[in-house]
Design a protein around this ligand. Structure first.
Ligand SMILES: Nc1ncnc2c1ncn2[C@@H]1O[C@H](COP(=O)(O)OP(=O)(O)O)[C@@H](O)[C@H]1O
Ligand SMILES: [Mg+2]
Length: 234
């Protein structure tokens, strides 16, 4: 469904992503793990057209998307949950969710999806009228995921959903990520928390200094001595 070929990202002289190639099949959750600074966010930003790649191609559902306008990405069915969440702080929870559905006109279905998201995250329902800027970090992450789902995407791109959150929050959020994936959502999950990411996904890629150095089934990566030593602190 997503095919990334020779993707290269640079900031001036800094080579952040060095010609990486990977793919995500329809219905799969794939993890892209790596230390801070490995190039994970740059990869996601290039795929979602937030930044321009220097080289390489990205195909989505067979169509080349590496040159399209950034605002067309969501129309293609790709929803990004960015690092730092990116909720609209001065809008309420309900308004943020509505923004996620701004391209849709199927009012009844939108209302159903909103209830579905409140079902995933009851905290959001309790706080529907609260300004998003006053939510805790974990609640903002829930909202960012909910808003992305409101577009009914074909694919979800998640940038470090666990970052900076208390373990109990991480657990709640990942419970929902796993449910959504089990319901068939194609997902690319970027995480520094390798254990969590590999336990949640089918396949994984390990990124180091802008390159993919290892790939395989997540279960085998979890048992790989190199992964255990470098990312699981063993
Ligand atoms: N806007 C930027 N300008 C210059 N360098 C950047 C910028 N964003 C990221 N980098 C650099 O690119 C490399 C990869 O960063 P990033 O993609 O954020 O990694 P990760 O998400 O894996 O932590 C790092 O060396 C980082 O310092
Ligand atoms: Mg990052």
């Amino acid at each position: 469904m997503l095919e990334v070929t020779g993707l290269h990202v640079a900031y001036g002289g800094i080579q952040a992503v060095r010609s990486i190639t990977f793919h995500v099949n329809e219905g799969e959750m794939v993890a892209l793990i790596g230390a801070n600074g490995a190039g994970k966010t740059s990869t996601l930003k290039a795929i979602s057209r937030v930044i321009d790649a220097v080289g390489g191609d990205v195909h989505f559902c067979g169509e080349k998307i590496s040159k399209i306008a950034p605002h067309h990405i969501i129309r293609k069915g790709i929803a990004l949950v960015p690092e730092g969440r990116g909720v609209f702080p001065r809008l309420t929870v309900a308004e943020n969710l509505a923004m996620g559905a701004f391209l849709r006109h199927d009012k009844a279905e939108i209302a159903l999806d909103q209830e579905k998201i409140y079902g995933y995250f009851p905290r959001l329902k309790e706080r529907a009228a609260q300004l998003a800027g006053t939510l805790s970090g974990g609640e903002q992450q829930m909202l960012a995921i909910g808003r992305a789902l409101m577009s009914r995407p074909k694919m979800l791109l998640l940038d470090e959903p666990s970052m900076g959150l208390a373990p109990i929050m991480v657990q709640k959020i990942f419970e929902v990520i796993r449910i959504v994936a089990a319901e068939g959502m194609t997902t690319l999950l970027i995480e520094q928390n390798a254990k969590l990411a590999l336990e949640s996904s089918q396949r994984g890629y390990v990124m180091e200094s802008g390159e993919i150095t290892l790939t395989g089934e997540s279960a085998s990566l979890l048992n790989d001595p190199k992964v255990r030593a470098a990312y699981l602190g063993e």
